[in-house]
Design a binder for this molecule. Structure first.
Ligand code: SF4
Ligand code: SF4
Length: 86
């Protein structure tokens, strides 16, 4: 299983760290990252990765293809706005 990735959007809220069933979330100097060898994407622990379920920040966790697990609008319910014209 390919591990998820925590991005620079992470606000270091600590919500995900204690709930990872595989202790895959490592923290150093308030920077959170997912240990590739330990993350199983929560296989056997429900439908969604537990860190994704609890993370309050859209775009803070992505898959190996760079797709946000909580994409823009998914948590707030506010559709992403089109970029303003230049
Ligand atoms: S997907 Fe599951 S196993 Fe992987 S870091 Fe998140 S909580 Fe841990
Ligand atoms: S729950 Fe999300 S924002 Fe909070 S520490 Fe984990 S990845 Fe960062």
């Amino acid at each position: 299983m390919i591990a998820l990735i925590i991005t620079a959007e992470c606000i270091a809220c600590w919500a995900c760290e204690p709930i990872c069933p595989n202790a895959a979330i490592r923290v150093k100097n308030e920077v959170f990252r997912i240990d590739k060898k330990s993350c199983t994407r929560c296989e056997g622990y429900g439908d969604l990765p537990q860190c994704v379920e609890i993370c309050p920040v859209e775009g803070a966790i992505i898959d190996d293809e760079g797709t946000a697990m909580n994409p823009p609008g998914s948590l707030t319910g506010i559709p992403p706005r089109e970029p303003l014209p230049a």
